[in-house]
Ligand binder design. Structure first.
Ligand code: NDP
Ligand code: MG
Length: 396
């Protein structure tokens, strides 16, 4: 690892799931620039890009590298060359990476593919730095229950939840009046409903403040991402829908706020740079220096806030409804959304179809009498699977 100074505390062993993605690369940057000896990397895992995975594994000096696509094994082996890193491939190898002995597992696989490996890390009682919000949206209740039963600790990487976690400072949620997650409003914040409905993928992918993977960027453009995050927050902090709210904040400096029963409000601020939130989790409860630019509030000048417009951003309303109704609806919403966002990126459907088709999937689950709460991760994944199949069929 490239490091700046030395460290004389105990070394923390880290595993990074989704090491080649946007969060993975930010994690790599934090680890590579932390003082020598503060962190050691146990395992890295990725989807199919063997060359990128081998590069990060070698850079971070990992012991184990796992790629989900079994056909990528040879390429991973070749790219690792003579480096002393064990290679493995296939979905079971990703779960093995998640379970290897580590002090902290960064869960940054995109989408529902991250549920099983992240659950495996939680079942092994790890500290989990959770970026994969789909874990809690798809399987919130069983995931939280299993994590608690196996002594796992979840630290939120998602910027809004990380800010709220810091603002809470370990206080009991009973003293909270409301939690606010901020949303930049994305590229369509000031657009008319007609213009948003007709937006092309390159317009949805042009996020004004954050650089992220394609799926979450499209989710952000329609505010579905904020809806998924409300559901994530509800399970993570154990707070019901009535005490969760969204504020549109175009500067993306304030990420989350907590108002307490005495009228006080505490906010979490930083520049929009995921390295800050990742470092907070990796070092918790201590702080780790990063290369993120320090916040200069005088240079920013003003911070503004507005209420979200649920007419122009119906996906946020759908997620709010799914959270209130509970049961399998968050699972259905998440699964249908992944399929329709994929179809949108492939230019098979219009932006307006994303919310329309997700709503149809939720209504279909209710009509079929399948809106009951999944009792286990397996049941949640079964709902996820059938919803994907039905949503794909509705697109054909
Ligand atoms: P990316 O699409 O950039 O990266 C996804 C990562 O997951 C890649 O490393 C990819 O590997 C890997 N992957 C995909 N499928 C599998 C699989 N089946 N098994 C193992 N690894 C797999 O996504 P992001 O980094 O943007 O997001 C990751 C998660 O973090 C998401 O859940 C997102 O919601 C959340 N998040 C992201 C934020 C951000 O700023 N990016 C902010 C807050 C939360 P490969 O490259 O080989 O396909
Ligand atoms: Mg977020």
């Amino acid at each position: 690892m490239v490091t700046s100074s030395t460290y004389d505390g105990p070394t923390r062993r880290v595993t990074v799931l989704g090491a080649t993605g946007s969060i993975g690369r930010s994690t790599e940057d934090v680890l590579a620039h932390a003082p020598s000896g503060q962190f050691a990397v146990e395992a890295v895992a990725g989807g199919r890009d063997a060359a990128a995975l081998a590069r990060v594994a070698i850079h971070l000096g990992a012991r184990f590298a796992a790629v989900a696509d079994p056909s990528a094994y040879r390429a991973l082996k070749d790219a690792l060359g003579s480096a002393p890193i064990e290679a493995a491939a296939g979905p079971e190898a990703i779960v093995e990476a998640a379970k290897r002995p580590a002090d902290i597992v960064v869960a940054a696989i995109a989408g529902a593919a991250g549920v099983e490996p992240t659950h495996a890390a939680a079942m092994a009682g790890r500290v989990v730095a959770l970026a994969n919000k789909e874990c809690l949206v798809c399987a919130g209740e069983p995931f939280m229950r299993d994590a608690a039963a196996h002594g796992a600790r979840l630290l939120p990487v998602d910027s809004e939840h990380n800010a709220i976690f810091q603002a809470l400072g370990g206080r009991d949620v009973a003293s909270i009046a409301k939690m606010y997650l901020t949303a930049s409003g994305g590229p369509f914040r000031t657009w008319t409903r007609e213009a948003i409905n007709a937006a092309m993928p390159e317009q949805a992918l042009a996020h004004p403040n954050w650089s992220m993977g394609a799926k979450i960027t499209v989710d952000s453009a329609g505010l579905m991402n904020k809806g998924l995050e409300l559901i994530e927050a509800s399970y993570l902090f154990g707070v019901e829908a009535d005490r969760l709210d969204v504020l549109v904040h175009p500067q993306s400096i304030v990420h989350g706020l907590v108002s307490f029963c005495d009228g006080s409000m505490i906010a979490g601020l930083s520049n929009p740079d995921m390295r800050t939130h990742i470092a907070h989790c990796l070092g918790f409860p201590d702080r780790v220096a990063t290369r993120a630019t320090p916040l200069d509030l005088a240079a920013i000048g003003s911070l503004t806030f507005e209420r979200p417009d649920l007419q122009r951003f119906p996906a946020l309303k759908l997620a709010m409804d799914a959270l209130r109704q509970g049961g399998s609806l968050p699972t259905v919403l998440n699964a249908a959304n992944e399929i329709v966002v994929e179809a949108y990126l492939a230019r098979r459907i219009a932006f307006a179809d994303i919310a329309r088709l997700v709503q149809a999937a939720c209504e279909d689950a209710i009509r079929r009498g399948e809106a009951g709460a999944p009792a286990s991760i397996a049941e949640a994944l079964a709902v996820d699977h059938i919803t994907r199949e039905r949503t794909r069929a509705s697109l054909a």
